[in-house]
Design a protein around this ligand. Structure first.
Ligand code: PLP
Length: 354
């Protein structure tokens, strides 16, 4: 057994906190003072430590660099009015990290190791959780292979780490998306349901090409027929057509987003008609043409809700209704913000107080 309470803590002597302009934080470039590390030695997780944030030493033969045995998570912590630090649904991220790990032949992580490492790290760096409206602390847990070996086989050794980044008010401008019918993000039997590093590398070229055509993001379709919409960039995607909220079911090509699940839970609670089923490209295009496509948005931890303002398909752009008039997505964004920051009661037990 791992003694998950036995975390050795080496505090920094030079906090960088005073150098940070909390009114102007670039996303993903400013790192809090400390990081959590644990090592898997082939048998068990050990060597639990919190250290000053610092570079790692890796062998050039590190197998994660060559063959991509690496999985990650993303979640956020917020401050409530009493200045407590609240994390949104961390156990759901823990469960998903282990599902991703299983797919990539990475050993399972004990829940107490994840939760205790997270809790101790956030207690130590609690002053890094920004307090301004719409700001938060982004949390990045990840596991990667550490064998120095060029053979292709599951690594014997791994590192689990967590570090954090304060992030500024996330203003997500409504996006223009292109329905991708050439490249695929995920195929049946592949790794699309895992937050595995290589999935994101594979999406860069198609996204870059869409960018060059004037789109911010892609709408991924199924790899086989390209006739069904699966996700939007690195978010799940939802549509409201004829007053019904529609989204693709999760499965091995669609990542089970925690924001997706939270949005669907609230929609059902509020009495909206919700359908988790295949979403045909043609159905969305027809609805857009006929003025029945009321809302379209991505869901994910970074933005919570990313509004879609136009959809490109076969050389044509379909403009969607004004974002201000979208009843459901604006309401659900507000409601989730209030739950995450402790402003309203959390009856689903989503919020973890550090
Ligand atoms: C992380 C991710 C999501 C969103 O998941 P959340 O838990 O809501 O942040 C959706 N799709 C992909 C491909 C992702 O990597």
């Amino acid at each position: 057994m791992v003694d998950t309470l036995n975390i050795s803590i080496n505090k920094t002597q030079n906090s960088r906190l005073s150098q940070v302009d909390f009114n102007n934080i670039p996303f993903g470039r400013v790192f809090s003072d400390h990081m959590f590390v644990a090592d898997f030695d082939g048998k068990s997780w050990k060597n639990l430590q919190i250290l000053p944030y610092q570079p790692l030493q890796l062998s050039p033969a590190n197998s994660a660099l060559h063959y991509g045995q690496s999985v990650f998570e993303g979640m956020k912590a917020y401050r409530n009015e009493g200045k407590d630090v609240l994390v949104f649904r961390p156990r759901a991220n823990f469960d998903r990290l282990n599902r991703s790990a299983a797919r990539m032949c990475i050993p399972q992580l004990p829940e107490e190791l994840f939760m205790n490492g997270l809790t101790e790290l956030l207690r130590l760096d609690r002053d890094w959780v920004p307090a301004n409206e719409n700001t938060s602390l982004y949390i990045r847990p990840f596991i990667f292979a550490t064998d120095d070996y060029l053979g292709i086989r599951p690594s014997d050794t791994y590192k689990f780490m967590i570090f954090t980044c304060p992030v500024g008010a996330y203003y997500s401008e409504p996006v223009r998306v292109k329905i991708e019918t050439q490249y695929s993000r995920a195929a049946t039997g592949g790794t699309g349901a895992a937050k595995a590093a290589g999935n994101y590398a594979a999406s860069l070229l198609p996204a870059l090409k869409a960018h060059q055509q004037g789109y911010h993001q892609l709408l991924w379709t199924d790899a086989k027929s390209h006739q069904f919409i699966e996700e939007s960039g690195t978010m799940n995607v939802m549509f409201i057509i004829d007053d019904t909220l529609i989204t693709a079911p999760t499965g091995d090509t669609i990542l089970a987003g925690i924001t997706r699940d939270s949005v669907l839970t609230l929609a059902r609670e509020w009495g909206y008609k919700v359908e988790e089923r295949k979403v045909a490209v043609q159905e969305v295009i027809d609805a857009a043409k006929e003025g029945r496509l009321q809302e379209a948005f991505g869901t994910g931890t970074a933005a919570t809700i990313a509004q879609i303002k136009a959809i490109g398909h076969e050389e044509k752009d379909y403009e969607l209704p004004a974002v201000e008039n979208r009843e459901f997505s604006n309401r659900v964004l507000r409601a989730l913000d209030e739950i995450k920051t402790g402003k309203v009661a959390d009856k689903w037990d989503w919020v973890y107080k550090v």
